[in-house]
Design a protein around this ligand. Structure first.
Ligand code: SR1
Ligand code: MG
Length: 396
Protein backbone atom coordinates (compact mmCIF):
# COMPACT_ATOMS: atom_id res chain seq x y z
CA UNK A 1 0.00 0.00 0.00
CA UNK A 2 1.55 3.32 -1.01
CA UNK A 3 0.77 6.69 0.42
CA UNK A 4 0.77 9.77 -1.81
CA UNK A 5 1.48 12.46 0.72
CA UNK A 6 2.92 15.98 0.58
CA UNK A 7 6.64 15.97 1.45
CA UNK A 8 6.28 18.62 4.15
CA UNK A 9 4.31 18.48 7.39
CA UNK A 10 0.80 19.86 7.61
CA UNK A 11 -1.81 19.00 10.24
CA UNK A 12 -4.58 17.21 8.34
CA UNK A 13 -8.19 18.27 8.18
CA UNK A 14 -10.86 15.56 7.90
CA UNK A 15 -11.20 16.29 4.15
CA UNK A 16 -7.43 15.99 3.68
CA UNK A 17 -7.43 12.70 5.60
CA UNK A 18 -10.10 11.42 3.19
CA UNK A 19 -8.00 12.49 0.20
CA UNK A 20 -5.00 10.69 1.71
CA UNK A 21 -7.09 7.53 2.15
CA UNK A 22 -8.29 7.79 -1.47
CA UNK A 23 -4.65 7.77 -2.60
CA UNK A 24 -4.26 4.28 -1.08
CA UNK A 25 -5.43 1.38 -3.24
CA UNK A 26 -7.81 0.17 -0.52
CA UNK A 27 -11.16 1.71 -1.29
CA UNK A 28 -13.01 1.49 -4.62
CA UNK A 29 -12.60 4.71 -6.61
CA UNK A 30 -16.39 5.09 -6.52
CA UNK A 31 -16.53 4.67 -2.71
CA UNK A 32 -18.04 7.39 -0.57
CA UNK A 33 -15.68 7.86 2.35
CA UNK A 34 -16.58 9.33 5.71
CA UNK A 35 -14.06 10.67 8.21
CA UNK A 36 -14.27 11.23 11.94
CA UNK A 37 -11.48 12.51 14.22
CA UNK A 38 -11.70 10.14 17.21
CA UNK A 39 -8.45 10.87 19.08
CA UNK A 40 -9.01 11.03 22.82
CA UNK A 41 -5.34 10.84 23.83
CA UNK A 42 -3.01 13.61 24.86
CA UNK A 43 -0.84 13.94 21.78
CA UNK A 44 -2.24 13.04 18.36
CA UNK A 45 -5.02 13.21 15.78
CA UNK A 46 -6.71 9.89 15.00
CA UNK A 47 -8.93 9.86 11.88
CA UNK A 48 -11.23 6.95 11.17
CA UNK A 49 -12.03 6.69 7.46
CA UNK A 50 -15.01 4.50 6.57
CA UNK A 51 -16.52 3.36 3.30
CA UNK A 52 -20.21 4.23 3.82
CA UNK A 53 -21.41 1.33 1.64
CA UNK A 54 -19.33 -1.52 3.10
CA UNK A 55 -18.58 -0.19 6.59
CA UNK A 56 -14.91 -1.10 6.03
CA UNK A 57 -12.41 1.36 7.35
CA UNK A 58 -8.90 2.24 8.36
CA UNK A 59 -7.19 4.55 10.79
CA UNK A 60 -4.92 7.46 9.88
CA UNK A 61 -3.01 8.57 12.93
CA UNK A 62 -1.07 11.82 12.76
CA UNK A 63 1.35 13.18 15.33
CA UNK A 64 0.93 16.86 16.11
CA UNK A 65 4.09 18.98 16.52
CA UNK A 66 3.03 19.75 20.10
CA UNK A 67 1.38 17.98 23.06
CA UNK A 68 -2.39 18.33 22.50
CA UNK A 69 -3.03 18.01 26.25
CA UNK A 70 -1.15 21.28 26.91
CA UNK A 71 -1.19 23.11 23.56
CA UNK A 72 1.30 24.63 21.14
CA UNK A 73 3.46 25.93 23.99
CA UNK A 74 4.76 22.34 24.43
CA UNK A 75 6.52 21.42 21.15
CA UNK A 76 7.05 17.72 20.56
CA UNK A 77 9.04 15.82 17.95
CA UNK A 78 7.18 14.42 14.94
CA UNK A 79 9.72 11.58 14.82
CA UNK A 80 7.55 9.80 17.40
CA UNK A 81 5.25 8.77 14.52
CA UNK A 82 8.12 6.82 12.94
CA UNK A 83 9.06 5.34 16.34
CA UNK A 84 5.46 4.25 16.85
CA UNK A 85 5.04 2.70 13.39
CA UNK A 86 8.34 0.80 13.66
CA UNK A 87 7.54 -0.41 17.20
CA UNK A 88 4.11 -1.61 16.04
CA UNK A 89 5.75 -3.57 13.21
CA UNK A 90 8.48 -5.09 15.40
CA UNK A 91 6.26 -5.89 18.38
CA UNK A 92 3.61 -7.24 15.99
CA UNK A 93 6.15 -9.67 14.53
CA UNK A 94 7.08 -10.87 18.04
CA UNK A 95 3.63 -11.01 19.65
CA UNK A 96 1.47 -12.31 16.84
CA UNK A 97 -2.06 -10.93 16.73
CA UNK A 98 -1.59 -8.56 19.66
CA UNK A 99 -0.84 -5.39 17.65
CA UNK A 100 -2.76 -3.64 14.83
CA UNK A 101 -1.44 -4.12 11.30
CA UNK A 102 0.42 -1.11 9.85
CA UNK A 103 -0.55 -0.52 6.20
CA UNK A 104 1.53 2.55 5.31
CA UNK A 105 3.57 5.36 6.85
CA UNK A 106 4.80 8.80 5.89
CA UNK A 107 7.58 10.28 8.03
CA UNK A 108 7.27 13.86 6.72
CA UNK A 109 3.55 13.98 7.40
CA UNK A 110 4.05 12.02 10.67
CA UNK A 111 1.27 9.68 9.59
CA UNK A 112 0.64 5.98 10.19
CA UNK A 113 -2.16 4.19 8.34
CA UNK A 114 -3.30 1.13 10.23
CA UNK A 115 -5.98 -1.43 10.92
CA UNK A 116 -9.29 -0.07 12.19
CA UNK A 117 -10.05 -1.65 15.56
CA UNK A 118 -13.36 0.10 16.15
CA UNK A 119 -15.12 -3.24 16.69
CA UNK A 120 -13.12 -3.33 19.96
CA UNK A 121 -13.32 -1.10 23.05
CA UNK A 122 -10.57 0.87 24.75
CA UNK A 123 -9.80 -1.20 27.85
CA UNK A 124 -10.00 1.75 30.25
CA UNK A 125 -13.51 2.61 29.02
CA UNK A 126 -14.68 -0.99 29.30
CA UNK A 127 -13.27 -1.36 32.80
CA UNK A 128 -14.86 1.91 33.94
CA UNK A 129 -18.18 0.51 32.65
CA UNK A 130 -17.65 -2.47 34.98
CA UNK A 131 -16.71 -4.99 32.28
CA UNK A 132 -14.24 -7.83 32.68
CA UNK A 133 -12.21 -9.33 29.83
CA UNK A 134 -11.44 -13.03 30.36
CA UNK A 135 -8.56 -13.18 27.86
CA UNK A 136 -6.87 -9.92 28.88
CA UNK A 137 -4.31 -11.26 31.37
CA UNK A 138 -3.29 -14.17 29.14
CA UNK A 139 -2.92 -11.90 26.11
CA UNK A 140 -1.02 -9.09 27.83
CA UNK A 141 1.20 -11.47 29.85
CA UNK A 142 2.13 -13.18 26.59
CA UNK A 143 2.61 -9.88 24.71
CA UNK A 144 4.96 -8.69 27.45
CA UNK A 145 6.96 -11.93 27.54
CA UNK A 146 7.47 -12.09 23.77
CA UNK A 147 8.17 -8.42 23.03
CA UNK A 148 10.47 -7.95 26.01
CA UNK A 149 12.37 -11.27 25.83
CA UNK A 150 13.04 -11.14 22.09
CA UNK A 151 14.34 -7.55 22.13
CA UNK A 152 16.59 -8.12 25.16
CA UNK A 153 20.15 -9.45 25.40
CA UNK A 154 18.62 -12.69 26.66
CA UNK A 155 17.13 -13.39 23.22
CA UNK A 156 18.81 -11.12 20.68
CA UNK A 157 22.35 -10.86 19.26
CA UNK A 158 24.12 -7.87 20.88
CA UNK A 159 24.78 -6.21 17.49
CA UNK A 160 21.08 -6.29 16.58
CA UNK A 161 20.05 -5.24 20.07
CA UNK A 162 22.35 -2.20 19.99
CA UNK A 163 21.18 -1.34 16.46
CA UNK A 164 17.58 -1.36 17.71
CA UNK A 165 18.49 0.64 20.82
CA UNK A 166 19.93 3.35 18.53
CA UNK A 167 16.96 3.20 16.13
CA UNK A 168 14.53 3.62 19.00
CA UNK A 169 16.38 6.46 20.73
CA UNK A 170 13.40 8.59 21.83
CA UNK A 171 14.75 11.36 24.09
CA UNK A 172 11.83 13.80 23.93
CA UNK A 173 9.17 11.23 24.79
CA UNK A 174 11.41 9.72 27.49
CA UNK A 175 11.81 13.20 28.99
CA UNK A 176 8.02 13.42 29.36
CA UNK A 177 8.07 10.19 31.36
CA UNK A 178 11.14 11.23 33.35
CA UNK A 179 9.35 14.46 34.33
CA UNK A 180 5.70 13.39 34.61
CA UNK A 181 6.15 9.96 36.20
CA UNK A 182 9.45 10.11 38.05
CA UNK A 183 10.01 13.74 39.04
CA UNK A 184 7.21 16.31 39.12
CA UNK A 185 4.68 14.41 41.30
CA UNK A 186 7.34 13.98 43.99
CA UNK A 187 7.99 17.75 44.27
CA UNK A 188 5.73 20.79 44.50
CA UNK A 189 5.96 21.33 40.74
CA UNK A 190 3.61 23.50 38.71
CA UNK A 191 2.71 20.67 36.30
CA UNK A 192 1.01 18.84 39.18
CA UNK A 193 -2.78 18.85 39.19
CA UNK A 194 -4.88 17.75 42.15
CA UNK A 195 -7.95 18.66 44.09
CA UNK A 196 -7.40 20.80 47.20
CA UNK A 197 -8.48 18.09 49.71
CA UNK A 198 -5.48 16.06 48.47
CA UNK A 199 -2.92 18.77 49.28
CA UNK A 200 -2.02 17.24 52.65
CA UNK A 201 -1.40 13.83 51.06
CA UNK A 202 0.63 15.43 48.24
CA UNK A 203 2.67 17.42 50.77
CA UNK A 204 3.35 14.21 52.72
CA UNK A 205 4.79 12.68 49.53
CA UNK A 206 6.96 15.74 48.87
CA UNK A 207 8.25 15.58 52.47
CA UNK A 208 8.92 11.82 52.43
CA UNK A 209 12.70 11.59 51.92
CA UNK A 210 12.94 7.76 52.11
CA UNK A 211 10.19 7.51 49.45
CA UNK A 212 11.96 10.03 47.21
CA UNK A 213 15.23 8.12 47.63
CA UNK A 214 13.49 5.00 46.24
CA UNK A 215 11.90 6.98 43.38
CA UNK A 216 15.33 8.41 42.54
CA UNK A 217 16.63 4.83 42.16
CA UNK A 218 13.68 3.87 39.95
CA UNK A 219 14.19 6.99 37.82
CA UNK A 220 17.87 6.10 37.44
CA UNK A 221 16.88 2.63 36.32
CA UNK A 222 14.54 4.17 33.70
CA UNK A 223 17.30 6.53 32.56
CA UNK A 224 20.10 4.00 32.30
CA UNK A 225 18.95 0.38 31.96
CA UNK A 226 18.54 -0.37 28.24
CA UNK A 227 17.18 -3.89 28.77
CA UNK A 228 14.52 -4.31 26.06
CA UNK A 229 12.39 -2.41 23.55
CA UNK A 230 9.51 -1.18 25.67
CA UNK A 231 6.07 -0.03 24.59
CA UNK A 232 6.77 2.82 27.00
CA UNK A 233 3.18 3.87 27.83
CA UNK A 234 1.28 0.64 28.50
CA UNK A 235 -1.71 1.98 30.39
CA UNK A 236 -5.28 0.76 29.88
CA UNK A 237 -5.93 3.53 27.33
CA UNK A 238 -3.29 1.93 25.09
CA UNK A 239 -5.15 -1.38 24.77
CA UNK A 240 -8.20 -2.35 22.70
CA UNK A 241 -10.27 -5.34 23.87
CA UNK A 242 -13.34 -7.48 23.60
CA UNK A 243 -14.22 -10.87 25.08
CA UNK A 244 -11.85 -12.70 22.73
CA UNK A 245 -9.29 -10.25 21.45
CA UNK A 246 -6.68 -7.82 22.78
CA UNK A 247 -4.62 -5.34 20.74
CA UNK A 248 -1.90 -3.05 22.06
CA UNK A 249 -1.73 0.37 20.38
CA UNK A 250 0.13 3.69 20.70
CA UNK A 251 3.81 2.74 21.32
CA UNK A 252 5.05 6.26 20.53
CA UNK A 253 7.00 6.23 23.83
CA UNK A 254 8.90 3.10 22.72
CA UNK A 255 12.60 3.02 23.67
CA UNK A 256 15.16 0.69 25.22
CA UNK A 257 14.47 0.68 28.94
CA UNK A 258 14.00 -1.57 31.98
CA UNK A 259 11.80 -4.62 31.32
CA UNK A 260 9.72 -4.04 34.45
CA UNK A 261 8.47 -0.65 33.22
CA UNK A 262 5.80 -1.91 30.78
CA UNK A 263 4.66 -4.52 33.30
CA UNK A 264 4.49 -1.99 36.12
CA UNK A 265 2.44 0.54 34.13
CA UNK A 266 -0.10 -2.09 33.11
CA UNK A 267 -0.41 -3.49 36.66
CA UNK A 268 -0.77 0.03 38.13
CA UNK A 269 -3.71 0.80 35.88
CA UNK A 270 -5.38 -2.44 36.98
CA UNK A 271 -4.67 -1.54 40.62
CA UNK A 272 -6.52 1.77 40.07
CA UNK A 273 -9.48 -0.33 38.88
CA UNK A 274 -9.20 -2.66 41.89
CA UNK A 275 -9.36 0.43 44.13
CA UNK A 276 -12.47 1.77 42.41
CA UNK A 277 -14.30 -1.59 42.58
CA UNK A 278 -15.56 -3.78 45.40
CA UNK A 279 -16.46 -7.40 46.12
CA UNK A 280 -16.37 -9.92 43.27
CA UNK A 281 -15.75 -7.17 40.68
CA UNK A 282 -12.55 -6.21 42.49
CA UNK A 283 -11.51 -9.83 42.88
CA UNK A 284 -11.68 -10.32 39.08
CA UNK A 285 -9.23 -7.46 38.57
CA UNK A 286 -6.90 -8.70 41.31
CA UNK A 287 -6.88 -12.10 39.62
CA UNK A 288 -6.02 -10.40 36.30
CA UNK A 289 -3.02 -8.78 37.99
CA UNK A 290 -1.85 -12.14 39.35
CA UNK A 291 -2.47 -13.97 36.07
CA UNK A 292 -0.70 -11.33 33.96
CA UNK A 293 2.45 -11.77 36.02
CA UNK A 294 2.14 -15.57 36.06
CA UNK A 295 1.74 -15.75 32.27
CA UNK A 296 4.62 -13.32 31.78
CA UNK A 297 6.90 -15.25 34.15
CA UNK A 298 6.01 -18.65 32.69
CA UNK A 299 6.41 -17.59 29.06
CA UNK A 300 9.54 -15.50 29.66
CA UNK A 301 11.08 -18.54 31.42
CA UNK A 302 9.99 -20.77 28.54
CA UNK A 303 11.60 -18.45 26.00
CA UNK A 304 14.73 -18.33 28.17
CA UNK A 305 14.94 -22.14 27.86
CA UNK A 306 13.96 -22.45 24.20
CA UNK A 307 15.38 -19.30 22.57
CA UNK A 308 17.87 -17.88 25.08
CA UNK A 309 21.29 -16.98 23.66
CA UNK A 310 23.04 -15.82 26.86
CA UNK A 311 25.94 -18.14 27.74
CA UNK A 312 25.05 -17.84 31.44
CA UNK A 313 21.44 -18.91 30.86
CA UNK A 314 21.99 -22.29 32.55
CA UNK A 315 24.09 -20.91 35.41
CA UNK A 316 22.35 -21.82 38.65
CA UNK A 317 20.15 -19.02 39.95
CA UNK A 318 20.66 -16.57 37.05
CA UNK A 319 17.17 -16.90 35.50
CA UNK A 320 15.52 -16.57 38.93
CA UNK A 321 17.70 -13.51 39.68
CA UNK A 322 16.78 -11.85 36.36
CA UNK A 323 13.04 -12.48 36.86
CA UNK A 324 13.11 -11.30 40.48
CA UNK A 325 14.71 -8.04 39.36
CA UNK A 326 11.97 -7.54 36.75
CA UNK A 327 9.31 -8.28 39.43
CA UNK A 328 10.68 -5.79 41.94
CA UNK A 329 11.23 -3.12 39.27
CA UNK A 330 7.65 -3.61 38.01
CA UNK A 331 6.22 -3.12 41.52
CA UNK A 332 8.23 0.08 41.99
CA UNK A 333 7.26 1.49 38.57
CA UNK A 334 3.63 0.62 39.31
CA UNK A 335 3.89 2.71 42.48
CA UNK A 336 5.20 5.74 40.55
CA UNK A 337 2.40 5.39 37.95
CA UNK A 338 -0.24 5.26 40.72
CA UNK A 339 1.03 8.49 42.24
CA UNK A 340 1.42 10.40 38.98
CA UNK A 341 -2.07 9.42 37.76
CA UNK A 342 -3.48 10.90 40.98
CA UNK A 343 -1.58 14.17 41.53
CA UNK A 344 0.46 14.60 38.34
CA UNK A 345 -0.39 16.21 34.99
CA UNK A 346 -2.14 13.35 33.18
CA UNK A 347 -5.02 11.89 35.18
CA UNK A 348 -7.20 8.85 34.54
CA UNK A 349 -10.97 8.83 34.14
CA UNK A 350 -11.24 5.80 36.46
CA UNK A 351 -10.64 8.22 39.35
CA UNK A 352 -11.61 11.66 38.00
CA UNK A 353 -15.05 10.52 36.84
CA UNK A 354 -16.16 9.32 40.30
CA UNK A 355 -19.06 11.72 40.75
CA UNK A 356 -19.30 11.78 44.55
CA UNK A 357 -16.53 14.07 45.87
CA UNK A 358 -15.97 12.29 49.15
CA UNK A 359 -15.71 8.87 47.45
CA UNK A 360 -13.44 10.31 44.76
CA UNK A 361 -11.06 11.86 47.28
CA UNK A 362 -11.02 8.64 49.36
CA UNK A 363 -10.15 6.56 46.29
CA UNK A 364 -7.41 9.00 45.32
CA UNK A 365 -5.95 8.89 48.84
CA UNK A 366 -5.95 5.09 48.54
CA UNK A 367 -4.18 5.27 45.19
CA UNK A 368 -1.49 7.51 46.65
CA UNK A 369 -1.10 5.20 49.66
CA UNK A 370 -0.86 2.15 47.37
CA UNK A 371 1.78 3.91 45.27
CA UNK A 372 3.89 4.87 48.28
CA UNK A 373 3.64 1.38 49.76
CA UNK A 374 4.59 -0.42 46.54
CA UNK A 375 7.58 1.84 45.93
CA UNK A 376 8.92 1.47 49.47
CA UNK A 377 8.27 -2.23 50.01
CA UNK A 378 8.87 -3.55 46.48
CA UNK A 379 11.85 -5.73 47.40
CA UNK A 380 9.94 -7.46 50.21
CA UNK A 381 7.65 -9.39 47.84
CA UNK A 382 8.97 -12.87 47.14
CA UNK A 383 6.03 -14.09 45.05
CA UNK A 384 3.04 -12.82 43.11
CA UNK A 385 0.76 -14.31 45.78
CA UNK A 386 2.37 -12.04 48.40
CA UNK A 387 1.85 -9.06 46.11
CA UNK A 388 -1.76 -10.15 45.52
CA UNK A 389 -2.39 -10.15 49.28
CA UNK A 390 -0.91 -6.65 49.58
CA UNK A 391 -2.98 -5.32 46.64
CA UNK A 392 -6.16 -6.74 48.20
CA UNK A 393 -5.32 -4.96 51.46
CA UNK A 394 -4.47 -1.66 49.70
CA UNK A 395 -7.68 -1.77 47.60
CA UNK A 396 -10.09 -2.25 50.51
C1 SR1 B 1 2.01 15.25 27.77
S1 SR1 B 1 1.66 13.59 27.60
C2 SR1 B 1 0.97 13.05 29.10
C3 SR1 B 1 0.85 11.60 29.19
O1 SR1 B 1 0.08 11.11 28.11
C4 SR1 B 1 0.71 9.98 27.54
O2 SR1 B 1 -0.21 8.98 27.24
C5 SR1 B 1 1.74 9.53 28.54
O3 SR1 B 1 1.20 8.66 29.52
C6 SR1 B 1 2.15 10.83 29.11
O4 SR1 B 1 2.81 10.72 30.35
MG1 MG C 1 -0.90 7.29 24.08
Amino acid sequence: MTLTAPSTYKALTEQEAIRLAQSLDVFASSATLQCEEIGDGNLNYVFRITDSATGHGLIIKQALPYAKVVGESWPLTLHRATIEANALKLHGSLAKGRVPEVYATDAALAVTVMEDLSQLTILRNGLIDGKHYPKLAEHIGSYLAHTLFHTSDFGLHPFEKKRLAAEFSNPELCKITEDLIFTDPFFDHDTNDFEEPLREAAQAIWDNEPLKFEVAKLKRSFLTEAEALLHGDLHTGSIFVDEDDTKVIDPEFAFYGPIGFDIGLFLANLIVQAITRSGEERELIVQDITQTWQVFEQQFSGLWESDGIETYKTTTGYREYAIEKIFHDAIGFAGCELIRRTIGLAHVRDLDDIADESTRIDRKRQTLKAGETLIQTRREYQSIKQLETAIKELSK
